[in-house]
Design a binder for this molecule. Structure first.
Ligand code: FNR
Length: 359
């Protein structure tokens, strides 16, 4: 572990640790994977405007999301089926989240049940959901989450249909161990054609979902509701009108619509129209503490990390996830010091220069 010096190095270790089908599932994006590359590369086009001779002898990265204190603005994105990466699955990830004092958003397609995740540690957990054609099943899952002490519901809105992930189609990717789906589908979804994940999504997810359904979700839970998968100012405004409690700017890790924009490039227009009414989070391509800083400077309250967490889990289990988060935290701390920002509130738009502003 001491040999690993940055988050990107976990990807190669995960590749070696995992069967090809699972590594391809975790690492892949939609179609030409243009957005997959862009999510990462767009961060490289943002430069800093560092300030000097500021007292940075103490750096405080702590912040709050929906009122819950976290040690740094780095949270765990919902990603499916952690048991494919490690036998302890989501319970290992949740323990790492607790150790790092951050929030884990548990995927609706988790391989451990939400009760197992809840009882494994005391991390603050949000539950990500999709809305099923069978609304009663979704409603029941939300009730279970409330009972298990989850603190918010994150409705993912960018999967009316499943993106074309060509590696999964080629590999005939299967979906074993989806225990939260029990009673709804057989536990092992085998593809007749395409991939098992797609077969699962198209047989269960409701593609007729609209903004009106937020009202339905609101009617069945008192938990705060965030929407994940917003990429335009128009939809950010619709979300605010619908009364959501938070927005996640996301293109689903480039797994849905290829040529959707890199998330960091649309963050500012969304932050602008939201105007501080609800928190705005961002995910997609965050691999460095400098990326976290850039997202914060452009107005995000926190970022979510997807693939690096899964790679850490595949390579080294709970310790790997901890190391991924710790490395990002250390890098963020250094970036704050070298930018002259001792606290999260000190990070402002003036700390970065985007491509259009470059001399
Ligand atoms: C995801 N993502 C995702 N999102 C979601 O809302 N529900 C889910 O079940 C999943 N599953 C999932 C599996 C895998 C393997 C990946 C890589 C991603 C998307 C995820 O929450 C997040 O938006 C992206 O992963 C962020 O991009 P990075 O950090 O992976 O670049």
């Amino acid at each position: 572990m001491d040999q690993i010096v940055n988050v990107n190095e976990f990807q190669e270790l995960a590749k070696r640790a995992l069967p090809k089908m699972y590594y391809d599932f975790y690492s892949g994006g939609a179609e030409d994977q243009h957005t997959l590359k862009e999510n990462v590369e767009a961060f490289t086009r943002i430069m800093f405007r560092p300030r000097v001779l500021v007292d940075v002898s103490k750096i405080d990265m702590s912040t709050r999301i929906l009122g819950y204190p976290i040690s740094a603005p780095i949270m765990i994105a919902p990603t499916a089926m952690h048991m494919l990466a490690h036998p302890q699955g989501e319970t290992a990830t949740a323990k790492a989240a607790a150790a790092c004092n951050t929030i884990m958003i548990v995927s609706y397609m988790a391989s451990c049940t939400i009760e197992e995740v809840a009882s494994s540690c005391n991390a603050v957990r949000f539950l990500q959901i999709y809305v099923y054609k069978r609304r009663d099943v979704t409603a029941q899952m939300v009730k279970r989450a409330e009972k298990a002490g989850f603190k918010a519901i994150v409705l993912t809105v960018d999967v009316p249909k499943f993106g074309r992930r060509e590696a999964d189609i080629k590999n005939k990717m299967v979906c074993p161990q989806l225990r939260n789906f029990e009673g709804l589908i057989s536990t092992e979804v085998l593809p007749s054609e395409g991939s098992g994940v797609e077969a699962l999504a198209s047989s269960t997810f409701d593609a007729s979902l609209t903004w009106k359904d937020i009202e339905w979700l609101r009617s069945i839970t008192k938990l705060p509701i965030m929407v994940k998968g917003i990429l335009t100012r128009e939809d950010a405004l619709r979300a605010i009108e619908a009364g959501v409690d938070g927005i996640v700017v996301s293109n689903h890790g480039a797994r849905q619509l290829d040529y959707s924009p890199a998330t960091i490039t649309v963050l500012e227009e969304i932050v602008h129209v939201v105007g501080g009414r609800v928190p705005v989070l961002l995910d997609g391509g965050v691999r460095r503490g400098t990326d976290v800083f850039k997202a914060l400077a452009l107005g995000a309250q926190a970022v979510l990390i997807g693939r690096p967490v899964v790679y850490g889990l595949a390579a080294k289990g709970e310790d790997g996830v901890r190391k991924v988060i710790d490395m990002l935290k250390n890098e963020l701390e250094l970036t704050m010091a070298l930018s002259g920002c001792p606290t999260i509130d000190d990070i402002t738009r003036n700390n970065v220069r985007t491509e259009s502003e470059r001399l």
